[in-house]
Design a protein around this ligand. Structure first.
Ligand code: PLP
Length: 493
């Protein structure tokens, strides 16, 4: 029998990766483009102007049969993909919660992709596990939290909260992990509590954990949009008397609509009386505690069981990077740890295996970008940037406050301003329609981008400052755009 050659005949299609030089050239061009883009993002309309299906229809419906060169992809990225991007990295992005992919964070993301390490077990990349532990301990110190917190990185606050409530359900002692929840006479209805202003991720976690959406009890808030402790106390006592079992309370530091701050310390005291887990949702607001004069935001948090904060929101770290801290990692393990034979290692008990603390097995090297962000700016630089965003928010609030026909609709606690246009004599329905029209006009012009909410049924505009490149000029631009839009939608006198 003739021997088969070890190398493929010359005419065979090439296998293995592309030539390194082709990658090098394309990657250098991409990095150059990223730096130009970030320095000049104002050239783009903040909100994409494409219509539904424009992007899909501009793309081939079937994959290529033969490989294409990288520079062809970069050309299509510019021509076809970019028009469909809403520019979160634009300094006048003020919608939802603004965020930043900063240079050190982007560098960390690039290197992590180069390594492609999977940190499911300690041994599958010790540095992935250990850098995550070190970086999260730095972040804990930066926010002024005490010792004794275990941290892990997840993709989003939604997932972090899901994990925390799964741990709470397990610690409540009903062996839901083993026996499930269906057809059990011994299982009372389990209840979770949060403010009426809490984020929908709490609802989703409760739904996904099989607790039943009706068992998430939303507690009324006070005039400052903070959960009312006495209402929480009354709701929990009534539930216990009716045979329900409270398992968790989720106060929020920085609610989504208005960045109100729930009274965490009081919530902890009440929850403890019912042996409940306390999970603090500080997805957006937590990082503000890096600013020394805002440290009070963490009041009471050290008494909680878990705490979520998202560096991918206001800590200049590219999507995605959420951090779940807990004082009770054992309960997380109790909820999630499993050890099939193919994952057994000799280091099983000596080292942390991050797969034990959640659902996902594979995990990417997210701590690298956060570590680089913390090092690049340092405690002082981070505090200065966050402080500046809060100052800009106060300045914008001042512009609104002193202008006739406009009002602030909530206190400015951090870097979000809630406000609206209120021409004299307009009804609530007219105000809502006018403000929706103002927002649409401003967003369609493309120079700034805002979003809205409703507060106690009142339509409200939101201006959220969180991008690392946002400066006073962008705030002034937003205010000009808003006033021009108001002038053009105002009903004739
Ligand atoms: N919690 C709060 C207070 C939020 O504002 C948000 C999103 O804005 C979330 C949770 C959900 O965050 P994620 O998109 O990381 O799931």
């Amino acid at each position: 029998m003739p021997e088969r050659p070890l190398t493929a005949p010359a005419e065979s299609p090439r296998t293995g990766d592309l030539p390194a030089d082709e990658f090098r050239a394309a990657a250098h061009a991409a990095v150059d483009w990223i730096a130009d883009y970030l320095e000049n993002a104002v050239r783009y309309p903040v909100r994409s102007r494409v219509r539904p299906d424009d992007i899909r229809e501009a793309l081939p419906t079937a994959p290529p049969t033969r490989g294409e060169p990288l520079d062809a992809m970069l050309r299509d990225f510019h021509a076809t993909i970019l028009p469909g991007i809403t520019h979160w990295n634009h300094p006048a992005f003020f919608a939802y919660f603004a965020n930043s992919g900063s240079y050190p964070g982007i560098l960390g993301e690039l290197l992590a992709a180069g390594l492609n390490a999977n940190g499911m077990l300690w041994v599958t990349s010790p540095a992935v596990t250990e850098l995550e532990q070190v970086t999260l301990d730095w972040l804990r110190q930066l926010m002024g939290l005490g010792d004794g917190w275990f941290g892990e990185i997840t993709d989003t606050a939604s997932m972090s909260t899901f994990y925390a409530l799964a741990a709470a359900r397990e610690r409540a002692g009903f062996d839901v992990r083993g026996r499930g929840m269906a057809a059990r006479d011994d299982l009372p209805r389990l209840r979770v509590y949060c403010s009426e202003h809490a984020h929908s991720s709490i609802d989703k976690a409760v739904i996904a954990l099989g607790l039943g959406h009706e068992n998430l009890v939303r507690i009324p808030a006070d005039a400052q949009f903070r959960l009312r402790p006495e209402a929480l106390e009354a709701a929990m006592a009534a539930d216990v008397a009716a045979g329900y079992a409270p398992i968790a309370v989720v106060p929020c530091v920085g609610t989504t609509s208005i960045t109100s701050i729930d009274p965490v310390a009081e919530v902890v005291r009440i929850a403890r009386r019912h042996h409940c887990w306390v999970h603090v949702d500080a997805a957006y607001g937590g990082v503000a505690a890096i600013v020394p004069e805002l440290r009070y935001l963490m009041d009471g948090v050290d008494g909680a069981d878990s705490f979520v904060v998202n560096p991918h929101k206001w800590l200049f770290t590219p999507m995605d990077c959420s951090v779940l801290y807990t004082r009770d990692p054992q309960s997380l393990k109790q909820a999630f740890a499993l050890l099939p034979e193919y994952l057994v290692t000799r280091m099983q008990d000596e080292a942390i295996n991050l797969m034990d603390y959640g659902i996902q097995l594979g995990r990417r090297f997210r701590s690298l970008k956060l570590w680089m962000v913390l090092r690049a700016y340092g405690a002082d630089g981070l505090a200065e940037r966050i402080r500046q965003h809060c100052e800009l928010a106060r300045e914008f609030a001042g512009m609104v406050h002193f202008e006739g026909g406009w009002e602030l609709t909530a206190p400015v606690t951090l870097s979000l301003v809630c406000f609206r246009y209120v021409p004299p004599g307009a009804t609530e329905a007219e105000i809502a329609a006018l403000n929706a029209a103002i927002m649409e006009q401003v967003n369609a012009r493309g120079r700034v981008y805002l979003s809205h909410t409703k507060l106690d049924g009142r339509y409200t505009l939101r201006l959220a400052i969180g991008n690392i490149r946002t400066e006073r000029t962008h705030i002034e631009l937003a205010w000009r755009e808003l006033r021009d839009a108001a002038a053009s939608v105002r009903p004739a006198a």
